[in-house]
Ligand binder design. Structure first.
Ligand code: BDR
Ligand code: CA
Length: 345
């Protein structure tokens, strides 16, 4: 039995790689994809999700459109991080696939009710749609097999403000509603939270891309270098390798522009890997809450590790992993998948 997964994404360069990771994993069944406004507007996220399924010649998978804006504040997007369409220098042609007729929140609720205890939710964007789904079905925390989220930061600086991680910063009210709702989840169904404290250790370097191309038998095996003209486009024979290279090059350039080096943090693919294999992550339980009123800290995620608030833990926070093991898996899975979808001539 493959693991049923609902993805909720704001695709997004690293969200796209998270989708590729799951599509490439034989033990995963993506039952549906919710498109959440975040890195780019929701309609662009949905177009990217459909485009990626086309690129992968994937079977039909329901893709639903999410709310256009966060629960309580205007939408903020970040094309400077993810490119004009959200997938770096890559582009998708218009998709012949149709979007779902139901909203992302409705889809979450319907599918979890149809398969109680069976679905893992993987959220790699703002939690707007999951919060809306919880308003429709407050029992979701007891009905999901597990929830894995990428967001927040714990004992580590933010990437959007000194205290805030992007996904929470976009919709703090939604994250608070989700963490509050999961206080009702049994201990073995607490959300696994992949924050920046761990995902910023998941550093993709230029050397990873030739490894992917070789595994996929894509030619020529091109190096991506800090000395390349920005925006250089891939000539890889394999369209999936070409996509990954064009998308990730933009992410390398973004990280370099912010003095982090010519590398890219693979936040969302790591969360995808944890969703399939929680054993990849060392975790620690805590009670998590979201600051909504601080003049300079609104959107900060606060973990009470010691029970000082007198509230039961509502999250298992990821505090460690082995990045090399993750990259070996990512390259092996996506490389083999790319070769299978587009066999070498
Ligand atoms: C998160 O923000 C987004 O830009 C990425 O896709 C990731 O989900 C990291 O803070
Ligand atoms: Ca994301």
């Amino acid at each position: 039995m493959r693991q049923k997964i609902i993805m909720d994404v704001d695709t997004g360069i690293d969200d796209a790689l998270a989708m590729l990771y799951l599509l490439a994993s034989s033990e995963a069944e993506i039952v549906a994809i919710a498109s959440t406004a975040g890195n780019v507007p929701a309609a662009q996220v949905a177009a990217n999700n459909l485009g990626l399924l086309d690129l992968c010649r994937a079977p039909e998978i329901e893709v639903a459109l999410g709310a256009a804006a966060p629960l309580a504040v205007p939408l903020r997007t970040t094309e400077d991080t993810h490119g004009p369409q959200g997938v770096g220098y890559a582009e998708f042609p218009p998709s012949p696939r149709a979007l779902s007729e139901r909203s992302a929140a409705r889809m979450w609720v319907d599918l979890v009710r149809e398969h109680p205890g069976e679905i893992v939710g993987l959220c790699t964007g703002p939690l707007t749609n999951l919060a809306l789904a919880l308003r429709l079905e407050p029992e979701l925390p007891r009905m999901l097999k597990r929830l894995v989220v990428m967001g927040g930061t714990f004992g580590h600086p933010g990437n959007t403000t000194p205290t805030n991680e992007w996904n929470v910063h976009v919709d703090p009210e939604a994250w608070k509603e989700v963490f509050d709702a999961f206080a009702a989840a049994p201990a073995d169904r607490r959300p696994l939270v992949c924050g920046l404290n761990v995902t910023e250790t998941i550093e993709m370097y230029p050397e990873h891309l030739p490894r992917l191309a070789e595994r996929a038998e894509s030619i020529p095996v091109q190096e991506v270098s800090v000395d390349d003209t920005p925006g250089t486009r891939s000539k890889a024979s394999n369209p999936i390798v070409r996509f990954v290279t064009d998308a990730v090059r933009f992410y390398f350039e973004f990280h370099r522009a912010y003095d982090q080096g010519y590398l890219a943090h693979m936040h969302d693919p790591f969360a995808a890997a944890v969703a399939l294999d929680p054993g990849l992550a060392v975790t620690r339980p805590a009670t998590v809450d979201v600051e909504l009123t601080g003049a300079i800290t609104r959107g900060a995620t606060i973990a009470d590790w010691a029970g000082m608030w007198g509230r039961e833990p509502n999250a298992d926070i990821v505090i460690g992993t082995d990045p090399a093991q993750f990259f070996d898996r990512l390259i092996a899975r996506v490389g083999d998948y790319a070769r299978a979808v587009y066999p070498p001539a």
